[in-house]
Design a protein around this ligand. Structure first.
Ligand code: ZN
Ligand code: ZN
Length: 177
């Protein structure tokens, strides 16, 4: 369950994703229908989704990059299957992300450093190799975020169907199924 609310007073809640039985055919996801000025929940697995109220085709999924790009993203509010890692979303750059992860994995004690070195040699990686993998992971994730490939809602401001301002926020409201 996810709720959406805007400071104009608009408020709604919705069940997203798919149940256990139908998750290969159904991915309920919020769309903005411009004709209805309404947030509608449609099946994102439908290649040509239509508004369930006006049957119009002018519907934009809230996963579309135009809905959220250009704002800081800190974490996901809702995700379906594959989704971006919050440390990648929050990191100011690929290098900062790689440094953070390496710092965290290496730790501050002699023991943790020795363990870190052992893991690296098990993986047949040196520090530069690990850094290159982390940077590549960061770049690939952001490429997918920018392309709108994740069915994810973030903790940022989205266009409101009623007042049309970018002041709509999604919030997780527990699980169903
Ligand atoms: Zn409509
Ligand atoms: Zn509003």
């Amino acid at each position: 369950m996810v709720s959406a609310s805007c400071k104009c007073g608009y408020k709604t809640s919705m069940a997203l994703g798919g149940g256990f039985d139908d998750f290969t055919e159904r991915n309920a996801f919020p769309y903005l229908c411009e004709a209805c000025s309404e947030l509608v929940v449609l099946n994102a697995m439908d290649p040509e989704p239509r508004c369930n109220q006006c049957q119009g085709a002018a519907v934009t999924p809230y996963s579309d990059p135009s809905m959220f790009l250009g704002q800081p993203l800190h974490h996901t509010v809702y995700e379906w299957h594959e989704h971006p890692n919050s440390s990648i979303l929050r990191a100011p750059s690929a290098e900062a992300f790689a440094d953070d992860i390496i710092q965290m994995e290496r730790g501050d004690t002699d023991d943790s450093r020795a363990q870190f070195e052992a893991i690296l040699s098990d993986l047949e990686l040196d520090l530069n190799g690990l850094r290159a993998e982390l940077v590549a992971n960061y770049e690939a994730t952001w490429e997918k975020v920018r392309a709108g490939e994740y069915y994810t809602l973030y903790d940022c401001a989205y266009p409101c169907p009623k007042c049309e301002q970018r002041t709509l926020h999604f919030k997780s409201a527990g699980c169903w199924d």
